[in-house]
Design a protein around this ligand. Structure first.
Ligand code: R5P
Length: 295
């Protein structure tokens, strides 16, 4: 006989209100459950930050130094990343499906380094992103570039597709070679991306007034590492970025081109999630690198 709906013998604990907590990420409280769940697979809910390992460079640069053999050199680093940022081709060919961290798929492309880079199109459909269990799709946005309107339109079309299925959209602000990499430009570019619907935005750290870039962007910002610099400086860059409002890093060359990539990504984690000083993280890097030998 079915259980009668009587309070007797049940455990409702009516005196305890149901939790109604704010979501841990800036600007994300009003998103739907699936999208929030995917974001929690990119950003660590405990620290509110992420270490994304970026190795999508081949989509326009071909076999970049350090990425000649993703299977041999990048797969061993994946366990230290919260999220991998890569192309669907590299995901299917080289990353074991047993990987359980977040997947951020490069979703724009077209021109190679031999051509005008801002002339990109959307290069990934949302159905394939779902098939690959992606948490987010990433699109390059060229504010001030020759094909600015087209790349902004790529972003808005991708937002429409991704929102339909609760996939996050990462807008990647690309700075043309002849443009000033300053806070004024980054404020403009990041704000436009957020206003047009990006779930989060990747940009570059700038020495002066980065805090205003982060404050003016209503959704989380992560910073790209950029060209390879000395390991100590890259750790300092990550530390300053998170101290000034970034929600983490999307770092590639400064990890996979480091003298000791495995030691480097672990040191970056200590800075981003553990909040340790860059000097201490660098000491860790040297010790870990010496212990691990070549990698
Ligand atoms: C570059 O086009 C890609 O979007 C990279 O994912 C991004 O620049 C981050 O890599 P890196 O730290 O090497 O700049």
């Amino acid at each position: 006989m079915a259980d009668a709906d009587s309070a007797a013998g049940k455990n409702y604990r009516s005196e305890i209100p149901a939790p109604n907590e704010a979501y841990f990420l800036k600007g994300s409280n009003n998103l739907d459950w699936g999208l929030k769940n995917r974001l929690a697979n990119i950003f660590n809910p405990d620290s509110g930050r992420t270490v994304m390992l970026a190795f999508d460079h081949g989509y326009f640069m071909g076999p970049t130094s350090g990425l000649e053999r993703v299977d041999l050199d990048i797969v061993p680093l994946a366990r230290y990343a919260d999220t991998l940022m890569l192309t669907r081709g590299m995901l299917r060919s080289s990353i074991p499906p047993s990987y359980t961290g977040g997947i951020v798929l490069r979703a724009s492309g077209g021109p190679s380094i031999l051509k005008e880079l801002s002339d990109e199109e959307i290069a990934l459909g949302v159905e394939d992103a779902i098939r690959l269990n992606a948490a987010a799709m990433a699109v390059q946005v060229f504010i001030g570039g020759e094909h600015e309107t087209k790349s902004v339109h790529n972003l808005t079309r991708l937002v429409d597709q991704a929102n339909r299925y609760g996939i996050a959209t990462l807008a990647v602000t690309a700075v043309g070679r002849d443009m000033a990499r300053d806070a004024k430009y980054m404020r403009l570019a990041t704000r436009i991306c957020a206003e047009l619907g990006a779930t989060y935005v990747k940009t570059y750290y700038v020495e002066d007034d980065f805090d205003t870039v982060a404050a003016g962007c209503p959704v989380p910002i992560v910073i790209a590492g950029g060209k390879k610099i000395p390991e100590r400086d890259a750790l300092g860059l990550a530390a300053r970025a998170v101290a000034e409002g970034a929600a983490g890093v999307d770092m590639g060359r400064n990890i996979f081109q480091a003298g000791h990539p495995s030691a480097m990504i672990q040191a970056v984690r200590k800075v981003v999630h553990g909040g340790i000083e860059p000097a201490e993280a660098y000491e860790f890097y040297l010790r870990q690198g010496a212990d691990s030998g070549a990698n």
